[in-house]
Design a binder for this molecule. Structure first.
Ligand SMILES: [Zn+2]
Length: 407
């Protein structure tokens, strides 16, 4: 790996010069003091619309915007998601684009295609006095959250990614434990011990968090899943999760907002993607609703601080190639989907063929078990939200955040 570059400084300078060309001083620009960035991993337009369709069905209706907390936001954008070397991105390449403003190759995290280190704007914000919170309902060292603090040649270098947490100095992390808790071969020291020695408190579950919450640097993990595994995740999570994404965001707001200092919160709904990979319609809806509840919490904060808060909700890519309608009539049979879910105890335990048959008979088309290359929606409200209207690339989202938070 080559030495650290100052690409990030060049990017910041570029933003400044662009503002200068327009005759507007950077310092005169409206700044977002409180920033919430929500990423629904794998949440394309169809996933959001399907969830609103389900909510409408529950009310005896067919559809309608605004049933989710973010679809009614005043500004809507569309972002392309391709990576540096593929039409169809993976979460580390798109996470890197969203966190740094630069494209990279699939499976690479926080490095450019030549192996040069990229620096997330979270570090710049930290230097400018923002508190930084990074949270997800998947492990803390998984690709999307890791893009906001780490650099790795392979996104699967989980242990090495975790080792980079203490150097960030970031204020609050939350997620579902650590993948590769003892390294790839299971023979390395417990990762939480190393992180705690370096000055962070790692709390497992709300009870432990309550006792330790006065620590200035904290990593909050689910109580029963410290050695997180991505295997059969959507199935297992129902049984192991005790802290919701909404609670993670609420805790971040409580920790950050008491003294009026600026903050940046990145919260990922990571399991929407995992439900999408498995083509599980109802599980996907449940996971979009989990993200929705977290956004709702941020929106309440926005209503109390409308002149200082920015909320942006987007996806890193779409997963599953979901379409509403698959040549099986002109309705979506939510009753069928929901009753199968209820019959299985609201768990994702159906066999693959049975699930595929269910989707087809209920008129949901899933064209892939992977990611797709269609653009994703970007919903924004608050200070500078108008900058997120229009069509652009996912790297532009990072540039907009830099513009709205740098002095
Ligand atoms: Zn995925």
């Amino acid at each position: 790996m080559k030495s650290r570059l100052t690409i990030f400084c060049i990017l910041a300078a570029l933003c400044f010069s662009v503002a200068g060309c327009n005759g507007t001083k950077q310092a005169d620009q409206e700044k977002a003091k409180y920033v919430f960035f929500f990423i629904g991993d794998g949440m394309g337009q169809a996933q959001a619309t399907a969830t609103e369709s389900y909510l409408a069905y529950k009310e005896g209706e067919l559809g309608g915007i605004g049933r989710l907390s973010f679809t009614g936001f005043p500004y809507l954008g569309m972002a392309t998601t391709y990576s540096a070397n593929r039409n169809i991105t993976c979460s580390s390449a798109s996470g890197t684009a969203l966190a740094t403003g630069f494209k990279t190759n699939n499976s690479v995290l926080g490095l450019d295609p030549d192996g040069e280190k990229l620096r997330s704007y979270t570090y710049m914000m930290k230097e400018e006095g923002y508190r930084i919170g990074i949270m997800s309902n998947v492990p803390v060292n998984h690709a999307t959250p890791a893009s906001f603090y780490a650099n790795a040649e392979d996104r699967a270098d989980y242990y090495e990614i975790s080792l980079q947490i203490p150097d960030t100095g970031f204020d609050y992390f939350a997620g579902d434990g650590f993948l590769d808790f003892n390294g790839k071969d299971g023979d390395l020291e417990d990762i939480d011990k190393i992180i705690e020695r370096a000055g962070y408190t790692v709390s497992y579950g709300m009870k432990e968090y309550e006792a330790e919450k006065d620590s200035s640097k904290i990593i909050l993990c689910q109580e029963r899943n410290r050695k997180a595994s991505s295997h059969d995740y959507v199935v297992e999570q129902t049984e192991t999760e005790d802290i919701s994404l909404e609670e993670m965001v609420s805790i971040a707001i409580d920790r950050f907002s008491a003294d009026g200092k600026p903050f940046f919160i990145m919260a990922e709904g990571g399991t929407i993607d995992w439900a999408g990979h498995d083509n599980r319609t109802m599980a996907m809806v449940e996971k979009v609703l989990e993200l929705n509840a977290a956004v709702k919490r941020a929106y309440e904060f926005y209503l109390a601080h409308p002149d200082e808060t920015l909320i942006v909700v987007t996806a890193d890519h779409e997963t599953g190639g979901l379409t509403l309608g698959c040549d099986n009539g002109s309705n979506l049979d939510w009753e069928k989907i929901e009753s199968a879910w209820e019959k299985n105890g609201r768990k994702d335990v159906m066999g693959e063929k049975e699930n595929a048959d269910l989707n087809r008979s209920a008129n949901f088309g899933w064209s892939s078990h992977g990611h797709t290359g269609i653009p994703v929606p970007v919903y924004a409200v608050g200070v500078g939200a108008e900058k997120f209207a229009g069509c652009y690339d996912n790297t532009d989202i990072a540039r907009k955040f830099i513009e709205l938070t740098s002095k």
